[in-house]
Design a protein around this ligand. Sequence first.
Ligand SMILES: NC(=O)C1=CN([C@@H]2O[C@H](COP(=O)(O)OP(=O)(O)OC[C@H]3O[C@@H](n4cnc5c(N)ncnc54)[C@H](OP(=O)(O)O)[C@@H]3O)[C@@H](O)[C@H]2O)C=CC1
Ligand SMILES: O=C(O)CCC(=O)C(=O)O
Ligand SMILES: [Mg+2]
Length: 739
Amino acid sequence: MANSTPDIIYTKVDEAPQIASASLLPIIRAFASAAGVSVGVKDISLAGRIIAAFSDRLTLAQKQPDDLAELGELVKTPDANVIKLPNISASVPQLIAAVKELQSQGYDIPEYPEDPQTAEDKTVRARFDAIKGSAVNPVLREGNSDRRAAIAVKNYAKANPHSMGKWSADSKTCVSTMTSDDFRSNETSVTLTDAQAGLARIEHVSADGTVTVLKDKLSYPAGTVVDATFMSASALDTFLAEQIDASKRNGVLFSIHLKATMMKVSDPIIFGHAVRQFLKPVFDAHGPALAAAGVDANSGLGAMLERVAEMPAGKAIAEQIHAVIADRAPMYMVNSDRGISNLHVPSDVIIDASIPALIRAGGKGYGPDGKAADTNCVIPDSSYAAVYDETIRYFKETGALDPSTAGTVQNVGLMAQKAEEYGSHPTTFLIPADGTVRMVLENGDLVHQHNVQAGDIWRAASTRKAAIEDWVNLAISRQKAENCQAIFWLDETRAHDAQLIAYVKPMLAAAGVADKFQILAPREATRLSLETIRKGETSIAVSGNVLRDYLTDLFPILELGTSAKMLSIVKLMNGGGMFETGAGGSAPKHVQQLVEENHLRWDSLGEFCALGESLKFLADAKGNEKARVLGNAVDVATQGVLDHNHSPQYNVGQKDNRDSHFYFALYWARALAEQTVDAELAAHFAPIAQALTDKEAVIVSELGAAQGTLADLGGYYHTDDAKVAAVMRPSATFAEIIG
Ligand SMILES: NC(=O)C1=CN([C@@H]2O[C@H](COP(=O)(O)OP(=O)(O)OC[C@H]3O[C@@H](n4cnc5c(N)ncnc54)[C@H](OP(=O)(O)O)[C@@H]3O)[C@@H](O)[C@H]2O)C=CC1
Ligand SMILES: O=C(O)CCC(=O)C(=O)O
Ligand SMILES: [Mg+2]
């Protein structure tokens, strides 16, 4: 692969970032080619992954190679230089919608078997399961995470603070979480000794002694931290029922926040419990009929209403559903205009983005009446809920953060080699019958054992020694570079964290930097970090994988207004580099606005930051000095876009993504024309910079004229490249100069 691999791999993804790429990537390729830098593309989109998985059923013209598998190999080599945009981690409703769209385009993709019975259905289902949920990031993230705001971005945010909702001390907004029998409370954890290294299996032993192997041939090297835990279904139901009642009693919106995408096995099941508890009278009255009609609560109220509409007695059931909803506490809405509630689609409310947005708004969510209201934020598992609880308490006490003076929380996140809960998908099980679940090692040691009941969710997760050590070393080097407060967000009273602390403390001591770090449980770390940034100072959060995810949305959304502007570097453990674009997702709402008004408010600042880093990495890795010149000029261009306020705005008629790309190209070309390190590049870009300068008014007017109409993308999950290009490159003048 090495010789034919392009210098940089850009990723084809979904939704807003993919549409933005239709405008940005031609610019990047044109500029890079002037320096002899090749930029390839690998398709990791949801549609692309479905097509690759079922290529055996497709025509030659339709077939696609498995780009994700190829990239998964590449990131394990020192040659890797990947710009990774956010992709859809699909929930079942999204997967079904994508299949339907591909079928309508003539692709012979099978239906998603919701309840596979035959051997063939089970094979199909296994292929879909490999595509479902967070199926890309765990494969590509062969390194730990370094996410922070670049200094220019942070300074811009201070000079141009975003609006923040006001907090009042008597806000009724709160976080509610379980106090027992959840993943946090039931967790056990061990670090495997040399004698314990090797294979492991997970088995279920039913009350009558029948042993069923749930998973075999797990392979753990010595030093791996292996956890196991479960969430009790009955405790969960009791908790949810209480919270649904409490929300009504306290006059607040009911909301539930999960990560049904990334935690693709456990969280859809928990979401399904919430749907069933909220609509308990309906399920009590019609449970068997609903099941017979194919209703799966895990797929949400939206899919349920569709199925109910097809039932003979559907009208009466639908009426009962609406009557129950009317009688309950009002629900936190995804889109009140369209009647889309928190419980409609499991992937609509994703905790890392949803709670920070609510906190940014002063603790308000939107109710069914379209009005902002105080909200009960239900987070069933208590492992990380304290972070949000403490943030909300802090703002109630002290008022909102002021982005014009706030400091920053950076993150060093443990995520390599599918660390922690992140990699638990193949070892998470919905328990079929009462009994025990145990993990047994090759040497016969029984390392975990839990008494479980039917319906409980049991899961194991592992974290490898090499990943942990790499993470601690990254923390040490980042703390040294910033010379600021650094906190390991680890709770010594939690089973898993205690094992990590046993790694962290000796490593810090050996490096002579124990005094530079604190180790604090999430609640205490949250409080101290908020106090630190309120003083305008910097803190580094050194965290596990889930907190990496949560904190790199929470703090950026408070400090910068969005996590889209983050610098997000994955230093791959085998020497390569992966540069993620921002810390946010694929912004589905943005596509809707583009289709309706031909305005794309996606901000590509994350792509600009990643591109600069990728080019400079290329220069270091391959001794390509032209790439360094290009990379340094990217930084100047990014600063120019910020300084001159050319970032996309919210509303139609204002500047959008395409305008920001034009200005990025203009400033990039100027910086290249003006630099004196490489005369050849300066000579190449001088006329381009001149042409872009001369034609600025024409180009801006051509871009502006495109807005305010419907935009045809030729699809949602599997768009038509030519149609998207026509929408995203409406300025003939600009396209001609870029070439
Ligand atoms: N790295 C990855 O691959 C990731 C993938 N995802 C996936 O993305 C999808 C959506 O997830 P969700 O949790 O809704 O999070 P998103 O980050 O996509 O959306 C939340 C909101 O963040 C704002 N936003 C995010 N990125 C940008 C940007 N570049 N420019 C401007 N605004 C931005 C928008 O707010 P507003 O509308 O207020 O402007 C948006 O509506 C899911 O399929 C999820 O699995 C999510 C996170 C990371
Ligand atoms: O992999 C995913 O599903 C989401 C990842 C994510 O949200 C993040 O890394 O910030
Ligand atoms: Mg995230």
